[in-house]
Design a protein around this ligand. Sequence first.
Ligand code: 13P
Length: 279
Amino acid sequence: MPLVTSKEMLLKAQAGGYAVGAFNVENMEMAQAVLAAAQRMGAPVMVQTTTGTLKYAPPGLYAAMVGALAGQAALPVAMHLDHGSSLELAQRCLDAGYTSLMIDGSLLAFDANVALTRQAVTLARAVPVEGELGTLGGKEDALEGSTLYTQAAEAEAFVRLTGVSSLAVSIGSAHGLYKGEPRIDLDRLEEIRGRVSVPLVLHGGTGIPEETIKACIARGISKINFATDLRIAFTGAVKAAMRDKPDAFDPKAYLSAGRAAVEARVCQLIALCGCEGKA
Ligand code: 13P
């Protein structure tokens, strides 16, 4: 079916007490793998590209690729801009056919974040916008930061003032790999959940223990982002294929190994999110 927006799938997840998996892709093989996994699992899915990824290839290429894959599948698939850095990039993604946007004003002061995010909501019209309040630790592409937890009262005001369709919160997760066990503030999540009506998003899914992911979903997370996890799966399998067949020169020989590894991993993550069979 054609690409759908993320609005309905996230509201359904919120009502149903599960999370939609949102997977960052870099290339055709990773996009194919995510769609194949979602199809195998009968799951709604969000495919996303960061600002850094969109410097590697333009939004039109990713939207066309994922749109074509979605057209061959009987699943709700949303194409999402992850950590959109500017209104200009948001507009380019809208023009390219993205059906979901994040605008990341989390490094700005509260009022400036509200102003930027509200402009994105106006620009996007029927396309849902994810905002972020509080900052995550860790590193992803050009983004690097330390943790600044989301305050529940501010989150409530932010959603009211901006009209976002979903909200990314900072509760102790981080982008990239954790040094030691992440300490997720579940009480804070519960407090935010109690004051905010829109679906809540957990960034930095890679490396969070499974039990903690489940606890986050039980306390109201409706979308979980996974990026590093897929990059590791893809690159690890490509390296292994090159080691096994050092004389191979057809890219299909090793890229297909990366694709298979990502598909297997995404199936596990979809099961973890509880969205298997929810398409
Ligand atoms: P990880 O790379 O830690 O999985 O984080 C992904 C993410 O939050 C993308 O926005």
